[in-house]
Design a protein around this ligand. Sequence first.
Ligand SMILES: [Fe+2]
Length: 435
Amino acid sequence: MSHLTPAIDAMPPGSLAWSQPERNGADLLSDPDTVPDELSGPRTAMPDSIESAFQLAKFHAPEIVLGPGSLAELGHAALRVGARRPFLVTDGGIQEAGWVAEAVGHLQLAGLRPVVWSDITPNPKDREVQAAYEQYVASAGDVIIAVGGGSCIDAAKGVAILSSNGGTILGYAGVDKVTQPIPPLVMAPSTSGTGADVSQFAVITDTAQRTKITIISRTLVPEISIIDPRLLITMPDDLNAATGLDALTHAIEAYVSRAHNRLTDHHALHAAHLITKHLQRTLLQPTKAESRIAMAQGALEAGMAFTNAILGVTHAMSHQVGGLLDAPHGVLNGVLLPHAIRFNAAFAPERYVPLAAAVGIDVHGTSAIEVADLLASYVRRLADAVGVPKGLADLGVTEADIPTLARTTLNDACLATNPRDASAADIEWLLRQAL
Ligand SMILES: [Fe+2]
């Protein structure tokens, strides 16, 4: 995993209209050591290893259908991946809003007889995944569909894992523990934030340990993501704010990740631009199409960036606090992110400069460390503006919780790609800063 020359280096001047062309980061980020001057022809002898493997950029993404009205594609999408009796995972709020009835109608129009499972709560629990899986087996389901937020989508992924890999969901914590192919997944997100509809992640609450496990596996990238911005208008304001901040955290953590590459950088920067420009507008004018479409795209691009570049210390910590308190994931990220930016920037501030430019901060004539500090303050102001509490104490975290939270943070898969190594003492310090 290395820091590669970002894609913005290869763009024509002025193409970053949402950035600041005179200092778009290209001068700061070029790393000639990682790019050869010349490419060689066919090899006559195979090398022992790929000597330039660190230069490879890999990118996984589902087929994506984005735009108002795209939910009508659900029936044909399910048919194309082999559905006969799709299993649709959702929750009570989405049902009440009328989206499940519409989704079922589209499936029926395509000749399908879906089974609906709606017993999912925020921060989906291990026992909920188990119950949904048992219903999936009992209903002889095939393709698994989720219509809902990240909780529904992650629960659907959990059902898919169990259906072909066996065992219990907590046994799949970590990277690449899912070894068998899973049933096709078709996702229709109802929030502009989690990125679960395009990601190789599933986060499930371990109810006994009161923590969250992160499952990372390529097989979890859905086949098709149908992103209909109409679904966003029935989100409550607090969920809109929380998931929007989650998406911004994805963009920022992916951009500075140790595993970022030239294919993820562009999406991360553009997502940061779209989300910071439009999140507050969606709160003021909830049915306005332009901002909802922009947020849907911003969350999508942030999702594509982070599923390939992975995340960092903000998510590693917020997963633990979320498991302990059942608190909204995006709210926790909004509280933690400014502290994580300052912590990382003290070690390597340069990559925060293009991010700051992308959100509209004037970076001219300012040192990278100061720019990173401005970005951290900007994120905090945005969190204030959308109603996020000042600190973790407001959410119920106490000093006594910190050692345990720090210990479990060290086990989180997201910590490995944070740009700065973090010890238990560092994590405790960060959590106290955020208290
Ligand atoms: Fe997240």
